[in-house]
Structure formats: C-alpha cells, structure tokens
Design a protein around this ligand. Structure first.
Ligand code: FAD
Length: 239
C-alpha cells in the first residue's frame, strides 16, 4: 500500500546547539496532531528503500506550520540529509501518530528527558501551560551547557509560570547545577511519586534506567509514559 505522504517547505533553519538545528516548515495541508506526537521524514532513494525516520513536533498544532528540532549524527541517513537542507527546500513527511501526549493538563506532571528526547516534552509542557492549574517539573539531561536545547525557552516559561519548575542535569561538565543522570536527581525535585503522571523520553538505556528508578520510588506502572529512540546511536553516545 502506498504511504500517505505530504510535502512541506522549509521556511527557516536555526542552529540551536552545535549538533541540533530547528526547522520551521509549512506543510501543503492542514496538520492534525496531539502535542508530543511525531511525524516521519521520508527520504526517497533510487537504489534502495526510502529511509523513514520519526521526528516530534516541538510546536503546538497550528494549521499547516510546524517546527522540528533535529540532531545530526555522523553518517546519519536522514539527520545528515536534513543537515544539508536549506531554506526553500521541500521535504516529504507522513501524518502524525504516537502514544506520547499529555493525559492530565490540570494534574501533577513530571517530564524527564535527555538529548533530543526533549522534543515531545517541549510540546507537552507548552500544552500543559496552555490550561490553568496543575504543576509540572521538567528535568532535562545533557552532556554540557552548550548542548542544552531550548534553555532560553524553558527559563522564560519557568519565569512566567509559578507552576513550572525546570532543572538541567549535566553529565559531562562540572557546573553549579546538578551533575550525572536525570534519574539520579528525580527525588531531589519531586516530593510525591504516588500521584501525577511521569513522562520519560531519551535513548533506550536512559528510558530503561529512569523507569526502573521511578518504579522503585513508588510510581504506578500506569502513570508512566515513555518513548525510547536513537537505538542505533546508543553505542556511539556511550563511547
Ligand atoms: C518516536 C521518535 C521520535 C523522534 N523524534 C526525534 C526528534 O524530534 N529529533 C531528533 O533529532 N531525533 C528524533 N528521533 C530519532 C530519529 O528518528 C532518528 O533515529 C535519528 O535522527 C537518526 O536517524 P538517521 O537516519 O540520521 O541515522 P541512521 O542512519 O539511522 O543512523 C543512526 C546512527 O547510528 C549510526 N549507524 C548507522 N548505521 C550504523 C551501523 N551499521 N553501525 C554502527 N552505527 C551505525 C549512524 O552513524 C548514526 O550515528 C525520534 C525517534 C523516535 C523513535
């Protein structure tokens, strides 16, 4: 069966960190998705199967525009292709899907992510802030300060909203904030593990370790929502 695809024009490209660019796109059709869900970029290839990789919108649904943040991997097929795109180029996408989206905008929400696993969290925390009430704790792990995507956005949101706490955890830099892994600090910033929803996204190992820690701390299985990705990149990240 032929894939349902649509094209989107690149309206702007912004280098966010040394390895991550944000792309603002205008699709040829109106887009429908829940914040946290992903589209896929389709890279047609002549002599082999099309390369298809998922990417999560960081923007809230708004007619036919969307923003993606994509990290470049050395030898990465689709991330390398995107790294070479320029404004005005057209790319091919498929409709949104995925199981990661906000369940209770008025409850307690804990967002735990590392690397580009932040993308669904950015969409979901903005979705959370669009309704009054509730509380959100946003814990984001990266290697160094220069790798922190959306730091300015998150700092502004936390300044504007008393019900949002943002914490950055660095694994490869000594600084005046927490260091190590996000799962090692979650109980420093969250008081009650028996209520609320816990969202986890990052490389598969981070997701496994974080889920294990949350279950140990008393989070119920059905309050835990996660997505692991970049499986091919795990070995490289850990080198
Ligand atoms: C639901 C979901 C949402 C996602 N959202 C985002 C997002 O918003 N932003 C984002 O940046 N990413 C996101 N990802 C990850 C993304 O889909 C791709 O996995 C990522 O961009 C790498 O794809 P690629 O085609 O560039 O690399 P690939 O060609 O698939 O390679 C991945 C890495 O593995 C290495 N590699 C490839 N083949 C081999 C091999 N044979 N041996 C050793 N190493 C190898 C490459 O060098 C590269 O580093 C998401 C993933 C999922 C599952």
């Amino acid at each position: 069966m032929a894939l349902d695809t649509f094209s989107a024009e690149i309206l702007s490209i912004h280098q966010m960190t040394p390895r991550v660019k944000q792309y603002v796109l205008r699709a040829e059709r109106a887009l429908s998705y829940q914040p946290g869900q992903h589209t896929c970029i389709v890279l047609p290839r002549e002599d082999e199967r099309d390369a298809i990789r998922p990417y999560t919108a960081v923007s809230l649904p708004n007619d036919n525009q969307l923003a993606l943040a994509i990290k470049r991997y050395e030898d990465g097929t689709v991330s390398g292709y995107m790294d070479e795109r320029t404004v005005g180029d057209t790319i091919t996408l498929i409709p949104f899907k995925g199981n990661l989206y906000l369940n209770d905008p008025e409850g307690a929400n804990v967002f735990l992510s590392t690397g580009t696993g932040i993308t669904p969290m950015i969409a979901m925390v903005r979705d959370f802030l669009s309704s009054p009430g509730g509380h959100a704790t946003f814990i984001f792990g990266e290697r160094t300060q220069e790798d922190l995507m959306y730091r300015e956005t998150l700092d502004l949101l936390a300044t504007e909203h008393d019900n949002l706490d943002v914490v950055y955890v660095l694994s490869h830099e000594d600084w005046d904030g927490p260091t190590g892994h996000v799962q090692d600090h979650v109980d420093d910033y969250v008081d009650d593990f028996t209520a609320g929803d816990f969202y986890v996204c990052g490389v598969p190992q981070m997701v496994v370790d974080t889920e294990e820690r949350l279950l140990e701390l008393g989070v119920a299985d059905d309050r835990l929502f996660s997505e692991g990705w970049e499986a091919g990149a795990v070995a490289k990240e850990e080198e």
